[in-house]
Design a protein around this ligand. Structure first.
Ligand code: ADP
Length: 264
């Protein structure tokens, strides 16, 4: 049986007592070696979910369990070993003056022995194809290279859950495809739970399961194919009309294959 790595049990959250609830009674589970996409209109609560998963925020109601451990103020140290996050803007994530300093930082903080650090540094930088940039200053890298280093820094901690919060949003299509390939191969090798918060159709289609958020609630949870079959309803909750769904609409008009065939 697959190990359950993330569980939200009836989680509700608001940013302050006078503020509206931004997550309402959300429950879901994510297993090891599972690739999940979270989609939804801006402000639907996606990033808040990500922040709750690694103890940057705590819910007022409900329970969050990561790898069998409740997320509480006392457990965030362990939780952050298990959950790695990469955000949209890599410039906000660098702490080191060189690529290797940056990757070392998180490991040093966790007291990982020197030999092990060197081993992980080599392993993660080669996994993301950035070995030859070890001594480069992060600000001299391209957007895609920066995001690779940010991912390497997180992978060096050996998390079991990797969250990419719009992490490819600033990249061109080629950079995005390369990062996605890299992440997919690491996920397979390490049996990670991969959670991608995204507006990008290609990333959604590659997920095994999609969680659709609407106004702080889980609107649907299903395979990409099942979700895109509901494209009219998706439009009603303000989601961008995915390119392929739009294309399939066009094809339908001409009597040619419709969404499901196109998505395959
Ligand atoms: P998404 O990632 O889907 O765009 P967020 O989780 O960022 O959504 O935001 C959900 C809601 O919470 C939005 O209404 C947003 O305005 C609000 N929100 C986000 N961050 C804060 C904050 N620091 N303080 C108050 N409200 C916030």
């Amino acid at each position: 049986m697959r190990n359950k790595l993330v569980e939200f049990r009836n989680v509700s959250f608001r940013y302050g007592e006078e503020q509206p609830w931004v997550l309402k009674n959300c429950s879901f589970e994510i297993y090891e070696n599972e690739a999940i996409a979270i989609i939804g209109h801006n402000g639907s609560g996606k990033s808040t979910i990500a922040k709750l998963m690694n103890g940057l925020l705590f819910p007022q109601e409900g329970q969050i369990i990561i790898n069998g451990r409740n997320v509480t103020h006392d457990s965030i140290w362990e939780i952050r070993q298990d959950v790695g996050m990469v955000f949209q803007n890599p410039d906000n994530q660098f702490v080191g003056t060189t690529v290797q300093d940056d990757v070392a930082f998180g490991m040093e903080n966790r007291g990982i022995p020197r030999d092990e650090m060197v081993k992980r540094m080599n392993e993660t930088l080669s996994a993301v194809g950035m070995q030859e940039y070890r001594l480069t200053e992060p600000h001299k890298l391209s957007g895609g290279q920066k995001q690779r280093v940010a991912i390497a820094s997180v992978l060096a901690i050996f998390p079991q859950v990797l969250i990419l919060d719009e992490a490819t949003a600033m990249l061109d299509p080629r950079g995005r495809t390369e990062i996605m390939k890299t992440v997919a191969s690491v996920q397979e090798e390490r049996h990670l739970s991969l959670i991608t918060i995204t507006h990008n159709l290609q990333e959604v289609v590659q997920a095994e399961r999609v969680i659709v958020m609407n106004q702080g609630e889980i609107w649907d949870e299903a395979t990409p194919r099942e979700i895109f079959a509901k494209r009219t309803e998706l439009r009603e909750i303000g989601l961008d009309i995915p390119f392929v769904a739009a294309l399939s609409d066009e094809l339908r008009k001409t009597g040619l294959p419709v969404a499901n065939e196109v998505l395959n």
